[in-house]
Design a protein around this ligand. Structure first.
Ligand SMILES: [Zn+2]
Length: 542
């Protein structure tokens, strides 16, 4: 984490006029500055920046805040991301506390530059790119490169005096029986950036007929495949402007769709869409278009994505490409109008799931129809009550049954996501949300935390440990009433949960007459040790 002191130091270097004028054209107006508000459409400026108060305010739509808030809103960044962006804009360095080392990604940028240069010298690779219809402009925009043989990469690292251990840490090279080798050999390379514009890994496509058509960088501290989206850094402006994001399956789809003007396209990195992608998709609340291939794998992936997105209440839907076609081919065939039509009329996530379920069965057969009804019902029950009502008739129509056979669930006794959360609910659920947001915490938390230690939400915790993909957890992840704690705060909250729990255990044990004295003494000793460790904050090592 970034230290508080360095954030304070950064703040003292920020000037709101200086920062905002790097994004908007500000005009002096008395003691203040004015501009047309970037957060709502307007022709006469009502967005005012005050150097004296170091704040901005829009009299049209009511937004306002300081430099940090502006960068968060304008660039759709989280607080720490905005801090890092401001630090680099103002050349102020940040300090991180011990358990987090800011990783220097210079080495991976250098390697990227090297790959980009190699591409210009490699006829085979450029010929392949041309054959797929990729323009020079796209090659430059996406910094597409070429990794040659293993020794070339290693020699490059050595002659550039780059640290080989760092290169290993970034997954550029690895060591095997015969010494060091490069992870990308004879491959076209696609650098993968974070939303903030740091390269964290590569995708590579073979051009020498290797068995693995595509490989990605290995999972590293920085490179988390299930959280990143290829092309997001280049697509984000269009995503927010058009209020729509298109998710495809491959690097080439992204490159070609951008080339055809669909600049809001991204792709998952050879994996399915996961819960961990959802916070990124939520930024700016765009409509999500899942655009996948029509083969079996593509349909299955679209089904899973639709389940995830319908539970997260995302707007948008699914577009399936005819078998054998992919968006890259369609752009290459100049079918831009077809693409436009497809993207503007996707099938909603919920109807897509219902269709997918029903298609698995032969509904002419009464028993299979019954099974289709049951599975559709089970899916409907996982949705919000209003949506259940809404799609009841769709299922009835599709199966040609009386809609009274579709049982929607009424949520009378159920705790719904946002209503009446007590402070205990919030504290307990926020612990769960924090771990969902950073799954690396789960291993540590699991060591000391068992479901029965929660006063109310042992079920949710149980899901987190045993069924982390459960739809109910998506709801928690996106619930704005819950907090994603910092590590420090998480530790504190766990103490608040565990100290009373162990005290209660201790009390019960003390008055327990049926237990053998020796066992009792040992148990009491164990609990006291836990309490002692908790108080001296040695129990949980986050
Ligand atoms: Zn405004």
């Amino acid at each position: 984490m970034i230290t508080k002191e360095s954030i304070e130091n950064l703040k003292s270097h920020l000037d709101v006029v200086d920062i905002i004028s790097q994004f908007l054209e500000l005009k002096k107006s008395g003691a203040n500055f004015k501009a047309c508000c970037p957060f709502h459409g307007e022709d006469t400026p009502s967005f005012v920046v005050s150097p004296a108060k170091q704040i901005y305010h829009c009299f049209g739509c009511g937004v306002g805040g300081d430099s940090i808030k502006f960068v968060m809103e304008y660039e759709k960044l989280s607080y720490p991301e905005a801090i890092e962006k401001l630090a680099s804009m103002t050349n102020v360095s940040l300090q991180y506390d011990n358990n987090f080392k800011k990783i220097d990604s210079t080495i991976i940028s250098k390697v990227n530059e090297y790959y980009v240069k190699l591409l210009t010298h490699n006829q085979e690779a450029t010929k392949y790119l041309k054959s797929r219809g990729i323009s020079d402009f796209s090659i430059e925009k996406f910094e597409i490169g070429y990794a040659g043989n293993s020794n070339d990469t290693i020699n490059f690292l050595k002659t550039s005096f780059l640290n080989l251990a760092d290169a290993k840490e970034f997954g550029i090279i690895d060591s095997g029986q015969n010494g060091l080798y490069s992870r990308f050999i004879d491959r076209i390379t696609f650098p993968i950036y974070t939303i903030n514009g740091n390269i964290v890994g590569f995708g590579g496509r073979t051009i020498s007929g290797h068995n693995a058509k595509y490989v990605n960088s290995p999972q590293t501290k920085l490179f988390n495949k299930s959280r990143l989206l290829y092309g997001y850094n280049l697509a984000k402006d269009s995503i927010y402007k058009q209020n729509t994001i298109i998710i495809t399956e491959g690097y080439l789809d992204v490159v070609m769709l951008h080339q055809a003007g669909f600049n809001n396209t991204v792709a998952t990195l050879g994996t399915a869409l996961t819960q961990e992608h959802l916070p990124l998709l939520k930024r700016g609340e765009p409509k999500v278009i899942v655009a996948y291939d029509g083969d079996k794998a593509g349909l299955n992936a679209a089904y899973k994505a639709s389940l995830l997105l319908s539970h997260g209440n995302f707007m948008g839907g699914v577009v399936i490409f005819k078998e054998g076609m992919d968006p890259a081919d369609m752009v290459n065939n100049n079918q831009i109008d077809d693409l436009n039509n497809m993207f503007s009329s996707p099938v909603g996530f919920i109807p897509f799931v219902i269709d997918f379920i029903i298609k698995k069965f032969n509904v002419e057969n009464p028993q299979e129809k019954q099974q289709a009804l049951k599975e559709s019902n089970d899916f409907l029950k996982t949705l919000d009550p209003i949506l259940q009502e809404e799609y009841q008739s769709l299922v009835a129509r599709k199966l040609n049954v009386n809609s009274q056979l579709i049982q929607v669930q009424h949520f009378n006794n159920q705790r719904s996501n946002n209503v009446n959360l007590s402070s205990i609910d919030i504290a307990e659920l926020s612990i769960i949300k924090t771990v969902l947001d950073d799954t690396s915490l789960l291993e540590v938390v699991k060591k000391e935390l068992r479901p029965e230690m929660f006063e109310i939400h042992s079920n949710e915790y149980n899901l987190l440990v045993n069924e982390p993909e459960h739809p109910h957890l998506v709801g928690l992840m996106l619930n704005e009433h819950l907090i994603s704690y910092s590590k420090e705060e998480l530790k504190h909250q766990l103490n608040l949960l565990l100290v009373p729990y162990y005290n209660k255990q201790l009390q019960q044990l003390t008055y327990d007459k049926d237990i053998d004295f020796k066992i009792k003494a040992r148990k009491i000793r164990d609990i006291k040790k836990k309490l002692h460790d908790l108080r001296s904050s040695k129990l949980i090592n986050i």
